[in-house]
Ligand binder design. Structure first.
Ligand code: MN
Length: 193
């Protein structure tokens, strides 16, 4: 049985970037529903006891959708922390961003464009390949870089449930604020592992 993850922050700790109301709904209702759905679908599927990454890389239909959304949301929530104004990448990942994109500012512009222009529901991703080369991806619905053999490092959720309570239709404003609450220590750790 998969379990709903605990958040690494209090529900109101991301304010004003993300409200306690949004976190309560996003984690306590949306993610909890994906966990319940997957637990109901798994018996007899052959995917029982498999790691989420393995399920997402090979399942289809409802199992793929619900496992994907659990994996995506776990990666999303675990990379967030209280807002800070001067919030920059660290370590080996910071060096790779500078080397491949020229600067963090240029990377932010490219990632923001991917998040803002993704049509409909989905996720913008920073991922790396086996050689440590970075990629920005737009992926629809429940998809995750593991389906392309890539390692997911950082993500922004652009399903409307991630921002509609706080930002209504203003997705670009939500994405612009998200940079204040990324925990680059966690994201860099994913890159190094
Ligand atoms: Mn979501």
């Amino acid at each position: 049985m998969y379990k709903l993850i605990d958040l690494p922050f209090r529900e109101n700790e991301l304010e004003p970037v993300i409200s306690a109301e949004t976190i309560a709904l996003h984690h306590g209702k949306h993610l909890a529903t994906y966990v319940n759905n997957l637990n109901n679908l798994l018996p007899g599927s052959g995917f029982e006891e498999k790691p989420l990454e393995e399920i997402v890389a090979s399942a289809t239909g409802g199992i793929f959708n619900n496992a994907g959304q659990i994996l995506n949301h776990n990666l999303y929530f675990e990379q967030l922390q209280a807002p800070s104004e001067d919030n920059n990448p660290v370590g080996k990942l910071a060096a790779a961003i500078d080397e491949q994109f020229g600067s963090f500012e240029t990377f932010k512009e490219k990632f923001t464009a991917a998040a803002v222009t993704l049509f409909g529901s989905g996720w913008a991703w920073l991922a790396s390949d086996n050689d440590g080369k970075l990629q920005i991806l737009q992926m629809p619905n429940a998809d995750n870089p593991v389906t392309k053999g890539l390692k997911p490092l950082m993500t922004m959720d652009v399903w409307e449930h991630a921002y509609y309570v706080d930002y209504r239709n203003r997705r670009p404003d939500h994405i612009a604020a998200m940079w204040k609450i990324l925990n680059w220590q966690v994201i860099e750790q994913r890159y190094r592992l």
